[in-house]
Design a protein around this ligand. Structure first.
Ligand code: C5P
Length: 212
């Protein structure tokens, strides 16, 4: 089974993805971490050709063998990763890595282009939406010491870059289910998504039986 979750920065994709992966017993893959790790490598002066990204089964991420998981979620890496994500050669390499990981597993994968590019045949595609203001408030709850106005402006800048880049701009897949999370708690979003996945799996089972 493949579940794709896409949406803009701080829309709640990671919390939802982890909950779905736990519930359905799937591997959970956060593709944003990969773009962040490449951005960290480039800011350290490593050339793209020399950058090797690997993950372990716990979701820890390694840059040329070094565990960099705890260095990736900073305002600097938020912006640097969204710049790096506009480069076609970076996307090509990371999409190939993401497809390799998904090929061997039942997977919940989250990012910006999972339902459109990485896993276009995913069984369920969810696109999470929320206003920039709500997303800025959520980001402030996750990280200490942030200023609201600055966080909001950074989210707006990242949205603009993610939606206007030439390769794989952020867009819901035509067959994605869009969930607007502005007025919903995380618990409500998770339970809505679990119901959606169950319903989709029932349909897949029913059509497989029809074919027998
Ligand atoms: O999801 P996260 O905020 O960690 O992603 C970091 C950046 O990586 C995003 O701002 C986006 O530009 C980029 N990204 C992407 N495609 C993905 C995942 C992330 O372009 N599948």
């Amino acid at each position: 089974m493949q579940i794709a979750i896409d949406g803009p920065a701080a829309a709640g994709k990671t919390s939802l993805g982890r909950a779905l992966a736990d519930h359905f017993g799937c591997l959970f893959v956060e593709t944003g971490k990969m773009y962040r790790a490449v951005a960290l490598g480039l800011t350290r002066g490593i050339s793209l050709d020399e950058i090797e990204i690997t993950l372990d089964e716990n979701g820890r991420i390694f840059l040329n063998g070094e565990d960099v998981t705890d260095l990736l979620h900073t305002p600097e890496m938020d912006q640097a990763s969204s710049r790096v994500a506009t480069l076609p050669e970076v996307r090509e390499r990371l999409v190939a890595l993401q497809r390799r990981i998904a090929a061997g597993h039942d997977v919940v994968m989250e990012g910006r282009d999972i339902g459109t590019v990485v896993l276009p045949n995913a069984d369920v595609k969810i696109f999470l939406q929320a206003s920039p203001q709500e997303r800025a408030r959520r980001r402030m709850q996750e990280r200490d010491g942030l200023d609201y106005e600055e966080t909001l402006q950074e989210i707006i800048a990242r949205d603009a870059r993610d939606s206007t880049r030439k390769v794989s701009p952020l867009n819901p897949a035509p067959d994605a289910i869009i969930i607007d999370t502005d007025q919903k708690s995380l618990t409500e979003v998770i339970s809505e998504a679990i119901d959606l996945v169950k319903e989709r799996l029932r349909k897949v089972d029913a059509s497989a039986e029809g074919r027998m």
